[in-house]
Design a protein around this ligand. Structure first.
Ligand code: SIN
Length: 519
């Protein structure tokens, strides 16, 4: 790409929300999709369980609404939930018309069950490869649209914002060149930040970059204390922290402690299908009682052929590590999975910065409240990605000219560190361990203050202008860790996925939302 490139729309991120936004934006002008890795390398592609959508004969929009609100523990934005559940079916049918193939039962879609759903509502593809199917259908659709171009392996260093108007982004190419791309509107869809934790289901790219760049640009961020921990990620020291879908428990999988005793009924009447935060804390408590790093997920009582066919990816992956899920107990432990908070948007994906829209995990409409209902995130990406595209497209009509801004633009005169004075990999690793231990599933004032103290020691990194992806990632991780930890300290109560051992009740002001204005 040339220096001083101008495009109509810049989409940062190529997961479900970004691609769906790009497709919508292509109706209004030229679109450039920027991604820091290869386009398919994001959380979307790794999603297993599926998509929650009210499309079965037994289901209604109202049931899906109620389950989402209940899971969100009283902190969902009801308007955002209404939009999600009402527009969801249309977005899925559209995706099917673009070639996505979901698993069928005869002539009808096959619906699975996951925790906190009152009905079988989860559509899935190739058993447990739903994200891969959606990502590939969207990438194929994007390929067929001539005015969408992709810019892979480009890291977004910062947003270009002047007078609270977003005009593009500063990018770092794979060859180390920093250059601006100007746009009439920008859609931020960079995903989440699971890599802040030493145990996570998220891919290596999920380092919270979008949250940090939006914060640095002055955007408002919301509900950052709400981090969801998935109860079951594979726990084998030599294996990746591979997600073991909640759908496995939905199909009858049982959790057992290391004495092979079933324990979930002690914690919740819905047992293995209790809300995720309750299952994660129950597992942690069993692990602590037994001084063990894991519990077991047991599928061995289920029909072998069914398990192999329903979970082909999980079956073959576990087999690579000598676990046959049809015969062996599977060692599992919780892992950071999804952040409900993010860049504050309205239901049209508009942020507090003009010309900057956000959708997907990086954004926060408060649709998930304090705890996301399983399998609502791919649907959110589709619904709010399309909305972001439409809103940004309409916004562009009012943008008169950016050429004069481009002519006057001067690259930031920040001191670029060529040779890093920090041991970035060491800092990354200690940050991840610290977040897991101090700002993890169970937090308290003492642990959160210890985390903030450690983060203070890395403050200088946040002010440094790096030119290497890994260093920029660590800088962003420090910022996001600070925001999560500060919000967790400010919320003196336990709601949804946020659990304080020193404030086990909700507290009288639990309905509040914690906002940070970026700087
Ligand atoms: C899973 O398959 O368990 C993950 C689904 C989700 O997080 O929504």
């Amino acid at each position: 790409m040339n220096k001083n490139t101008i495009t109509d729309f810049l989409v940062l991120g190529s997961g479900v929300a970004g691609l769906r936004a790009a497709i919508e934006l292509s109706k209004y002008g030229n679109v450039t999709v920027v991604t820091k890795d290869r386009p398919a390398e994001g959380s979307t592609g790794y999603a297993q369980g599926g998509v929650a959508v009210a499309l079965s004969d037994e289901d209604t929009i109202g049931f899906h609404f109620n389950d989402t609100i209940k899971a969100g523990a009283g902190l969902c934005n009801k308007r955002a939930v209404k939009v999600l559940v009402e527009e969801g079916p249309e977005r899925i049918l559209e995706l099917i018309s673009w070639g996505a193939k979901f698993d069928m039962l005869g002539e009808k879609l096959s619906f699975g069950r996951e925790a906190a759903h009152s009905i079988n509502r989860i559509i899935h593809a190739k058993g447990d490869a739903t994200g891969e199917e959606i990502e590939s259908a969207l990438l194929n659709k994007v390929k067929s649209i001539p005015n969408i171009s992709k810019l892979p392996f480009c890291f977004t260093v910062d947003l270009i914002v002047k007078d609270n108007i977003c005009r593009g982004a500063l990018l770092l190419s794979a060859t180390g060149e920093v250059f601006p791309v100007f746009a009439k509107a920008v859609v931020l869809s960079t995903g989440g930040c699971g890599q802040l934790y030493s145990r996570t289901t998220n891919p290596a790219v999920a380092t919270g970059d979008g949250l940090a760049i939006a914060y640095r640009a002055g955007a408002v961020l919301l509900d950052m204390e709400f981090v969801q921990f998935h109860p079951t990620a594979l726990y084998l020291p030599a294996a990746p922290q591979f997600l073991l879908s909640e759908a496995m428990r939905g199909e009858g999988g049982i959790l057992k402690n290391i004495k092979a005793e079933r324990f979930m009924y002690k914690y919740h009447p819905d047992a293995e299908l209790a809300p995720r935060d309750i299952v994660s804390r129950a597992i942690l408590s069993e692990m602590r009682a037994a001084k063990s790093n894991f519990v077991y997920l047991d599928m061995t009582h289920l029909n072998r052929k069914f398990v192999r066919e329903r979970f082909p990816k999980i079956y073959t992956t576990c087999l690579q590590y000598d676990i046959d899920i049809t015969e062996d107990l599977i060692p599992v432990s919780p892992a950071a999975h999804y952040i409900m908070g993010g860049v504050k948007t309205d239901t049209n994906a508009a942020t507090s910065i003009k010309g900057l829209f956000a959708a997907g995990e990086v954004a926060c409409t408060a649709v998930h409240g304090a705890n996301r209902l399983a399998s609502n995130s791919l649907l959110e990406g589709l619904v709010y990605g399309a909305r972001a595209g439409e809103a940004a497209g309409r916004y562009m009509k009012h943008v008169k000219d950016i050429n004069s801004f481009v002519r006057r633009y001067a690259m930031p005169k920040k001191r670029i560190i060529k040779k890093v004075a920090f041991d970035i990999d060491k800092i990354r690793s200690s940050l991840r361990k610290m977040m897991w231990a101090k700002t993890g599933i169970v937090r308290c004032k003492k642990s959160l203050n210890e985390a903030l103290e450690k983060l203070k020691g890395w403050k200088r990194i946040e002010g440094t202008f790096f030119k290497i992806r890994r260093e920029l990632e660590v800088k962003n991780m420090i910022t996001v860790a600070r925001l999560i930890t500060t919000a967790a300290l400010l919320r003196e109560g336990s709601v949804g996925a946020h659990y304080r051992s020193d404030f086990k009740e909700k507290g009288s002001d639990w309905r509040k939302h914690i906002l940070f204005k970026g700087q």
